[in-house]
Design a protein around this ligand. Structure first.
Ligand code: NOJ
Length: 553
């Protein structure tokens, strides 16, 4: 199947986020690689994925898992070669799967030759590629993001006796975007990889490119200007490729990255993600309704990337103190489960491996407005290991089978980049692709079914409007997705108890709800309120259909 040529392909996509290192090891050295990833493309195709987001695969000392790049123009040898990268792209495209990659443009590794040059002296041409100061009082008040490890955004450089600016780890000096050479160099990086057929970038740490005294040094107008330049570049030189923003911000600031359809095509819906979990914890639809109302509308060709979990801690930076307390109390009872302002756990363990809750979460992810982004392994219900340090507990080897090393690698287990999950509740001997494919009722088979339903209704769910229905039960979330007069009603019981709801559907009088997964038919809608009883943590997706079948269908 060739690559479809839809300009808005990202709105019909389901993305899969995956670190090369963790997916499949083709050469038995204990580390996943490009060749391994290529071997597993059919798995992703079968799962219903049509977009892959690759975590950083560039040369790096891996002190921040590749978000510390030492050479932007080469691949970490353990992951393979540029040739392997190109084969992955070709093979993915042959399956109508697009591939985007991380673009880490705010900072580099302190091992990067640009920074090493800069350390040679204050008059080195690369010195101004970074942000220096004689004291650490500049830009005071700017928040520290990795608050568990860093005390300040400044680090002392003893040889040249100045401080350099870093928003993340101190081994990740920020680039100086006031320097035109830096701005140009990053454009060259973009061209280098897009030229090889990549379909776009997930841009890392978007809000922090520029620094200005007296501001939070986030979301500055200069930052937006630079992304407008990048957008122009990709639109003119690589039409059809996309930019996806990682801007973990409050709704208004996050939305601003769409610009006037002249910045990002997509942005992660960071405001929504924690509020989905808050809605479950408080058994209330309000957090979701409120935040969706704040994050919409957006320009027509843009889209939110919606997600439940990713490779980082579940971030709680952009919630109120009260909301953060709710999250910690519900989902991070042990101190080890917390990191910075967040929770380092995977989807299944977060909800105590409760299957109805996991299904409900996927049903939200696949029906709320935006492009769903899965995190590798969550489709199996993979567990985590909070004892591994940093965020490594959610980055363990993909579980392919019940064989040695979860079928991920033939290396000695001690040689693996990370131990596989062996906690009895999530052991790879049961939670793995092979076993789950064989079991018709497995989570994996259920997720596959859901992606098929999503793709059957991709016009409504990918492009349609959303309208929340008013009713009297705060535990019930109900919305209509609509496009061109076709409607889907989505209802969720967010609580742990059965409940009921009466919905005024009279404007759809005469239509019959048809359950989208099984085609089960519900009674025709009349003038009276439509009554639903809902088991705990359950949902319905109902396509509202012309009443052209017999009463006992
Ligand atoms: C955001 C990435 O998602 C995270 O993994 C990384 O540590 C920081 N940016 C710094 O690059």
């Amino acid at each position: 199947m060739p690559l479809d040529d839809s300009k808005l392909w990202y709105r019909d996509a389901i993305f899969y986020e995956v670190p090369i290192k963790s997916f499949y090891d083709s050469n038995g050295d204990g580390i996943g690689d490009f060749a391994g990833m290529t071997k597993k493309l059919d798995y992703l195709k079968d799962l219903g994925i049509n977009g892959i987001w690759l975590l950083p695969f560039y040369k790096s000392p891996l002190k921040d898992d590749g978000y510390d790049i030492s050479d932007y123009y080469s691949i970490l040898p353990e992951y393979g070669t540029i040739e392997d990268f190109k084969i992955l792209i070709t093979e993915a495209h042959a399956r109508n799967i697009r591939v985007i990659a991380d673009l880490v443009l705010n900072h580099v590794s302190d091992q990067n030759s640009w920074f090493r040059e800069a350390l040679k002296g204050k008059d080195n041409p690369k010195r101004d590629w970074f942000v220096w100061s004689d004291d650490d009082a500049k830009y005071s008040g700017v928040r520290v993001i990795f608050s568990d490890t860093e005390m300040s955004n400044w680090a002392w450089e003893p040889k040249t006796k100045q401080y350099y600016w870093h928003r993340f780890y101190s081994h990740q000096p920020d680039l100086n975007y006031d320097n035109p050479e830096v701005r140009e160099e990053i454009k060259n990086v973009v061209r280098f990889w897009l030229d090889m057929g990549l379909d776009g970038f997930r841009c890392d740490a978007v809000p922090y490119l520029f620094e200005r005294e007296g501001t939070s040094c986030e979301n500055l107008p200069e930052t937006h200007e630079y992304f407008k330049e990048l957008r122009k570049l990709v639109d003119t030189e690589f039409p059809g490729t996309i930019l996806l923003a990682e801007a973990n911000q409050w709704p208004t600031d996050a939305k601003a990255y769409f610009g006037n359809e002249d910045e990002f095509h997509m942005a992660f819906n960071f405001p929504l993600m924690p509020r989905i979990f808050i809605a479950l914890a408080t058994e209330s639809a309000a957090p979701i309704v409120n935040i969706i109302n704040q994050t919409l509308p957006i320009p027509p060709t843009c889209d939110w990337g919606i997600f439940l979990r990713n490779h980082d801690e579940l971030t709680l930076e952009m919630v109120t103190d009260e909301e953060r307390d709710i999250m910690y109390n519900e989902y991070a009872k042990l101190p080890k489960m917390r990191l910075n302002l967040g929770i380092r756990r995977r989807l299944a363990p977060l909800v105590d491996n409760d299957r109805p809750t996991i299904e409900l979460l996927y049903a939200l992810l696949l029906s709320l407005p935006g492009t769903p982004i899965f995190y590798y392994g969550d489709e199996l219900g993979m567990g985590d290991n909070i004892y591994l340090g940093d965020r490594n507990g959610v980055r363990t080897p993909m579980q392919w089978s019940f064989d040695r090393n979860a079928g991920f690698s033939t290396a000695d287990t001690e040689q693996l980049y990370s131990p596989p999950i062996t906690n009895p509740n999530y052991h790879y001997e049961t939670v793995n692709v092979e076993s789950e494919l064989r079991l018709p009722t497995s989570l994996l088979n259920w997720v596959k079914k859901m992606t098929r339903v999503r793709s059957k209704f991709s016009d409504i769910l990918g492009h349609g409007d959303v309208e929340f229905l008013q009713h009297k039960n705060r535990r019930i979330l109900a919305y209509i997705r609509t496009i061109d007069g076709r409607n889907m009603l989505c209802i969720f019981n967010l609580s742990r108890r059965p409940t009921y709801v009466e919905l005024d559907l009279s404007r759809f009088k005469g239509l019959r709800p048809v359950e989208a997964i099984t085609d089960a038919k519900f009674p025709a809608i009349g003038d009276l309120p439509y009554f639903f009883t809902m088991p705990p943590r359950s949902f319905f997706w109902l396509s509202l259909t012309e009443n052209d079948f017999k009463e006992d269908d």
